[in-house]
Design a protein around this ligand. Structure first.
Ligand code: FAD
Length: 314
């Protein structure tokens, strides 16, 4: 049985494991490696703040191209929607909590662990990968096992938020917060203090709602290069135009707007209607080049290897 190691259990890694288990032509051993408690939420959808919400409607967030309403049905069937009536906007659009989307992803991962079309096994290894060796592929985890695999997918996401270039000199100052989702630190801001937010996008909104909820009374100043606020979400023209439809439309609107991405196109292909599965020639699963592993910053970011871990092979 071939082993695929998926480094990162956020949306990308979790969706990758689920879709591989659905598309593979023979059973695979799929190992999602992530230090989090469970694959699913990742960085983006782990916020525990009840007003940190998805930036699009459920139809944009379904895991399955053939079932654009899957997440919306999950919201209803799980009782999540009933427990969160303010998620329904005046025009009927739903803006679910990000933590609920994370729960949906985690549940779908677990459901596929219980059974999937290719009879693949889905495992979660709770660890951080600090280095990858090629030929043969071996992933070294921090204080964890050495994992051998036939292919590896890097689904590392955004990484740790850092001070932007030019602000390193003040990054140690007690009034400087480089992680806007650190709710404990936000709670340490006194209600009358002035808060300056660098950026005026969705992350600024996350911070503003969190401050508002803790009865902040002081001025909140947003600084932005273009002086713009996030636009109000449009009501979707067609309730069934999912993100999958956008990705499969040709020419892809995102490519028209931003230019052709060098790597993402492969992901579009794998999840496309004509997905050829794990063995397809356009498969996103491939042996990483050394440059790829290095660019990811895996070895640089997480520090030392654990010597004792090297003897533990799973
Ligand atoms: C705050 C925020 C809100 C967002 N809201 C939305 C939204 O509403 N709708 C939307 O579509 N998109 C949203 N996005 C965009 C979002 O980033 C993507 O949609 C998607 O969720 C990213 O998933 P990911 O798996 O690539 O990354 P992440 O969610 O960042 O997950 C990466 C995972 O990799 C793990 N990891 C990293 N390095 C290692 C390592 N060395 N070893 C093991 N594991 C590792 C991390 O622990 C993490 O769990 C948001 C992004 C952010 C930051």
């Amino acid at each position: 049985m071939q082993t695929i190691a998926i480094v990162g259990g956020g949306f990308a890694g979790t969706a990758m494991a689920i879709h591989l288990s659905r598309e593979a032509r023979r059973p695979l051993r799929l190992i999602v490696i992530d230090p989090a408690e469970a694959p699913g939420p990742g960085r983006a959808h782990a916020s525990s703040h009840p007003d940190h919400r998805l930036n699009g409607q459920p139809v944009m967030h379904s895991l399955y191209p053939e079932s654009p309403l899957h997440f919306e049905h999950w919201l209803a069937a799980s009782g999540t929607l009933a427990g969160d009536p303010v998620s329904i906007a005046e025009h009927g659009a739903i803006y679910a909590r990000r933590q609920d989307f994370g729960r949906y992803l985690a549940e779908e991962f677990r459901r596929h662990q219980g059974g999937n079309p290719s009879a693949s096994s889905l495992e979660h290894c709770r660890a951080s990968v600090v280095a990858i060796e090629l030929d043969p592929i071996r992933l070294q985890c921090l204080d964890g096992p050495l994992i051998q695999s036939d292919a590896v997918v890097l689904a590392l996401g955004w990484g740790q938020v850092r001070a932007p270039a030019g602000l390193e000199a003040v990054s140690d100052h007690p009034a400087f917060m480089d992680d806007p989702w650190n709710l404990a630190r936000l709670r340490g801001i006194a209600p009358d203090q002035t808060v300056v937010l660098l950026g005026s996008g969705l992350t600024a909104l996350d911070t503003i709602v969190a401050l508002a909820e803790q009865q902040h009374r002081g001025p909140i100043v947003t600084v932005s290069r273009r002086g713009r606020q996030p636009p109000t979400q449009p009501v979707l023209k067609s309730p069934l135009s999912s993100v999958w439809d956008l990705m499969n439309a040709w020419p892809v609107p995102w490519i028209e707007r931003y230019g052709r991405p060098r790597v993402r196109g492969r992901r579009f292909t794998l999840f496309g209607r004509n997905s050829s599965g794990f063995e397809g020639k356009d498969s996103a699963i491939r042996r990483p080049s050394t440059a790829c592993a290095t660019r990811s910053g895996i070895s640089g970011r997480t520090g030392r290897r654990s010597k004792s871990a090297a003897s533990c092979v799973i």
